[in-house]
Design a protein around this ligand. Structure first.
Ligand code: ZN
Length: 280
């Protein structure tokens, strides 16, 4: 079967000691593409490198994550544009709003998000959004700005059913991670049971958002420190859990998700030579 990871962070430093075997494990279980999300100036180069090293597997995404707002150089927007121009299939992400994280400045986050939405419109890219405890602010911001031509994905969507419907009407897609299959997350599973099937995607968010045992097939090597980390090859178990939640036979569900993933993310690379020629 062919699996597509709508959101992970393969570039994350916690995966560095195991990156090669992790990629091999993921490919062995049938992961065909994964969207690897950059979060700021510090990790955009690694995301670009992974896209170069695994061109058939990695779809790079470049964006300023809300946790990184305020920690960038004055040239971050210029740098972001360069990465996006060099990778014409790259979504803008991970961007968003977060009022959960300590010391957040939601006004500064909203400014950074707006600037990146402008870029997504100009460059005709899908947008990958992280949102925690700020769904009302996000909805207003999206409602008041011009539509996004390629739509947006609310990854690991944690909002309400009602807001899900509003976001869907604004062009929103929703990806489900294994984390929502913990017993205590029953309310969020009810939301994912109602997401329109043609707006649904599946993600690991590896190395974060580890699910319960049923969503773990692969444990990272490296002893105790890596036990709590999510392996990208857990994707097939997460697919099985979401298919069961949606009461759809697995093979049919897998085919549907492939169609959805391609519809939202895929455009052919045309400009990788320019990146390889060292335009940075
Ligand atoms: Zn993420």
């Amino acid at each position: 079967m062919n699996f597509y990871d709508a959101h992970n962070h393969l570039q994350d430093a916690r995966l560095t000691p195991f990156r090669e075997p992790v990629v091999m494990d993921a490919q062995r279980i049938g992961v065909r593409r994964m969207v690897v999300n950059g979060t700021g100036e510090h990790d955009w180069p690694q995301v670009a490198e992974l896209a170069e090293r695994y061109p058939d597997l990695v779809i790079p995404a470049f964006g300023l994550h809300p946790w990184q707002v305020g920690q960038q150089s004055t040239r971050w927007q210029e740098a972001l544009r360069k990465y996006l121009e060099c990778f014409p299939a790259a979504p803008v992400g991970e961007v968003g709003l977060d009022r959960w994280v300590e010391g957040h400045d939601v006004v500064a986050q909203a400014q950074a998000l707006q600037a990146q939405l402008v870029l997504a419109r100009e460059l005709n890219r899908p947008v990958v959004i992280h949102c925690l405890k700020a769904f009302g602010v996000l909805e207003n911001l999206l409602r008041e700005s011009k539509p996004l031509p390629r739509g947006f994905l609310l990854h690991s969507y944690g909002g309400s059913l009602e807001q899900m419907r509003s976001f869907a009407a604004l062009g929103g897609w929703f990806s489900c991670s294994g984390y929502f299959f913990h017993d205590r997350k029953a309310a969020q599973r009810k939301v994912f049971a109602e997401v329109p099937l043609d707006r649904l995607l599946v993600e690991t968010d590896a190395p974060d958002m580890l699910g319960p045992e049923a969503c773990i097939t692969n444990v990272l090597p490296g002893g105790a420190a890596s036990v709590a980390l999510n392996h990208p090859a857990n994707l097939s178990a997460i697919y099985a859990a979401v298919a069961q939640l949606r009461e759809i036979p697995l093979t049919e569900f897998v085919e549907g998700m492939e169609k959805n993933f391609k519809c939202f993310f895929e455009k052919p690379y045309t400009n990788i030579e320019e990146y390889q020629a060292g335009s940075f």
